[in-house]
Design a protein around this ligand. Structure first.
Ligand SMILES: NC(=O)c1ccc[n+]([C@@H]2O[C@H](COP(=O)([O-])OP(=O)(O)OC[C@H]3O[C@@H](n4cnc5c(N)ncnc54)[C@H](O)[C@@H]3O)[C@@H](O)[C@H]2O)c1
Length: 322
């Protein structure tokens, strides 16, 4: 089987590629199949992966001709991760619409014209929610996104559901909580601080926190994120039913609780490097996202769960610094 990962050079895309290569096979429509080819599409150069099953393609996910070339009837599973992150989509409206929405539709159209109904795993986000949220946010709670990124993700989810209903693809829109701790440098996601306030102090650097200590976040570790994407691809379509959008499991913690966990794992020196500097732009975007949601369906479907945020920090110390 051939697998395509769009955004394959990114943070989750690369980790997902490594996980798939290590597994060697994936359960899809025709049962468990060996992964013969893994195509990584990204508009930036992917760090090389020394594996003959990998083909890295540098290109634009919004390029219809390129998608036409890359997706063929051997493509059993597509992980559609390529995206412009929340802060950038808010700052650059046209870019966000082109990559997060238009390219997603183009990818689905390409699949439709192949007529072989591949599994498409789409990475959606907490950002699809917003406005006055009920106490318990469920998979089917009305989506009222309050950011361009959230709107683009929500529309792409609807399209995925419709292309699934029509039998063009077998879609799974997985709503990821904010992934923390993300290694490397800060990015343009509004939630970038959710990793920065742990990652930077662990490196001995100061980290600015743009929201208050009582801000509640809904988080997921990189390992649980990747395991969830794989699990989402392998799930039987019948188990998913008609609603293909799923709220994945997460950890509900306040920023203050995150900093306390940092203290328990790395000591008070690390805590002293976190400095609260309010940023209204970030507060506005992140403050509208749910700090938790109901995960009954994800748990029943066997998606992985977390233990504690202390363990998430330990995961970062162990294998997250790549
Ligand atoms: N990391 C999180 O906290 C989080 C939370 C919820 C949802 N998500 C979603 O998960 C997915 C992966 O996130 P990530 O954290 O790995 O982000 P990332 O920014 O590291 O990866 C996205 C990749 O998409 C690529 N890309 C952007 N524009 C492109 C284009 N025009 N053509 C080809 N490639 C392009 C980027 O180069 C990047 O490598 C995204 O869809 C994101 O919206 C992430």
């Amino acid at each position: 089987m051939k697998i395509l990962i769009t955004g394959g050079a990114g943070f989750l895309g690369r980790r997902l590629a490594l996980a798939l290569l290590a597994r060697g096979s994936l359960a899809a429509a025709n049962g468990v199949e060996a992964i013969d080819k893994l195509v990584l599409l990204d508009h930036v150069e992917a760090a090389p992966l020394d594996d003959e099953r990998v083909e890295s393609v540098k290109g634009d996910v919004a390029d219809a001709d390129l998608l036409d070339e890359l997706i063929d009837t051997d493509t059993g599973v597509i992980f559609h991760l390529a995206a412009v992150v929340s802060g950038q989509a808010e700052a650059e409206f046209d870019l966000g619409m082109r990559i997060n929405l238009d390219a997603s539709r183009r990818l689905l159209e390409t699949c439709r014209h192949r007529s072989h109904c591949p599994r498409v795993v789409f990475t959606s986000s907490v950002a699809v929610y917003g406005g006055a949220l009920p106490d318990v946010v469920r998979d089917d709670t009305a989506l009222e996104p309050r950011s361009s990124y959230g709107v683009e993700k929500a529309i792409a989810e609807l399209l995925l559901g419709e292309y699934t209903r029509r039998g063009f693809v077998d879609g799974r829109a997985l709503r990821l909580p904010t992934v923390s701790v993300r290694p490397g440098r800060p990015n343009q996601a509004a939630s970038s601080f959710a990793s920065g306030i742990i990652r930077e102090p662990l490196k001995g650097e100061r980290a600015a926190c743009p929201v208050d200590a009582d801000t509640r976040l809904w988080l997921m570790s990189p390992r649980v994120a990747v395991d969830s994407l794989v699990h989402g691809a392998e799930l039987d379509a019948a188990a998913l039913g008609a609603n293909r959008s799923l709220n994945l499991s997460g950890l509900s913690v306040t920023v203050g609780e995150m900093v306390a966990a940092l203290g328990r794992v790395a000591g008070e020196d690390a805590v002293s490097r976190v400095v609260f500097e309010a940023d209204e732009r970030v507060r506005r975007i992140v403050g509208g996202w749910p700090g938790a949601w109901d995960t009954t369906r994800a748990v029943a479907l066997g998606f992985p769960e977390h233990t504690s945020f202390d363990d998430v920090i330990r995961e970062h110390l162990r294998d997250g610094r790549a």
